[in-house]
Design a binder for this molecule. Structure first.
Ligand SMILES: Nc1ncnc2c1ncn2[C@@H]1O[C@H](COP(=O)(O)OP(=O)(O)OP(=O)(O)O)[C@@H](O)[C@H]1O
Ligand SMILES: [Mg+2]
Length: 244
């Protein structure tokens, strides 16, 4: 398996403090990979370190065969690394189509932007139906679709998602999961950070468990889910994440 995206031996954090220590992850084309772990275990910090949004103390990040460890977030996006942050992932005072436009800044020419938007609306007819609505007035599920759609406007080859299911009730969470399946089938590699272990593993082929900034377990999704011992390690998560 040749990864589209990989990170090796990552240590990253803030100021002088390393939050994430010695973590390696990878994802291949058309693969969904999960990174799970309790609150504060360093999941968001890990994702941010891939894009140069937090300090990388040690380790290397690769996009295809290129070392992008010293990349700026802008350059990462234009190369093909899509990122959907955990918070503030849409512009609340802009409407849906304006938000999508913001994701297309690397595209050249109106025709290309228009074509990109048509593709996003095809994937998310829910967004097209409300394209003049302000992002701040959308439901949680719609907002998450918009955040994903905005990232897709940059035509990524790998999509990094930070808790796309957080605070969504079961129905919108299922809709988001089916959209991610569609994106995967379109040959995009997907790496998802999630606390909803059961849901995210159900659409993932593999997973990593992050506790206190270190990877304590990795394996295929079925094994991770089935192993009693891994369940124990997930107990730092909310119980509903395991049972719902
Ligand atoms: N900007 C920051 N400056 C200093 N420390 C930070 C900063 N952001 C996060 N931290 C610390 O880093 C640790 C890991 O935080 P992080 O947000 O990466 O965890 P997480 O696994 O994403 O948690 P959650 O599931 O709640 O989103 C926490 O102890 C947090 O307090
Ligand atoms: Mg987080």
């Amino acid at each position: 398996m040749r990864p589209v995206f990989s990170a090796e031996n990552i240590s990253a954090g803030y100021g002088d403090v390393a939050i994430v220590r010695g973590v390696s992850v990878k994802v291949a084309e058309s693969e969904i990979v999960a990174i799970v772990g309790p609150n504060g275990s360093g999941k968001s910090t890990l994702l941010k370190s891939f894009l140069g949004l937090v300090r990388l103390f040690q380790g290397s990040v690769f996009y295809q065969d290129e070392d992008i460890s010293k990349i700026t977030p802008d350059r990462a996006v234009s190369l093909g690394v899509g990122y959907v942050p955990q918070v503030n992932n849409v512009f609340p005072n802009l409407n849906i189509s304006e938000n999508l436009d913001m994701g297309a800044y690397h595209r050249k020419g109106k025709t290309s932007i228009k074509a990109g938007m048509a593709e996003i609306y095809e994937m998310f007819p829910e967004l097209e139906a409300r394209k003049s609505a302000l992002a701040g007035n959308l439901s949680g599920g719609e907002r998450q679709m918009l955040a994903i759609g905005r990232a897709m406007m940059a035509e990524p080859k790998v999509l990094l998602l930070d808790e796309p299911l957080a605070s969504l009730s079961p129905k919108p969470a299922s809709v988001i999961m089916s959209k991610l399946e569609l994106i995967r089938k379109n040959r995009v590699a997907i790496m998802i950070v999630e606390q909803n272990v059961k849901k995210v593993l159900s659409i993932s082929s593999r997973g990593y468990v992050l506790v206190n900034g270190a990877c304590v377990m990795e394996g295929d999704a079925d094994t991770l889910f089935a192993e009693e011992s891994s369940q124990q390690r997930f107990l730092g998560l909310e119980t509903k994440s395991i049972d719902s």
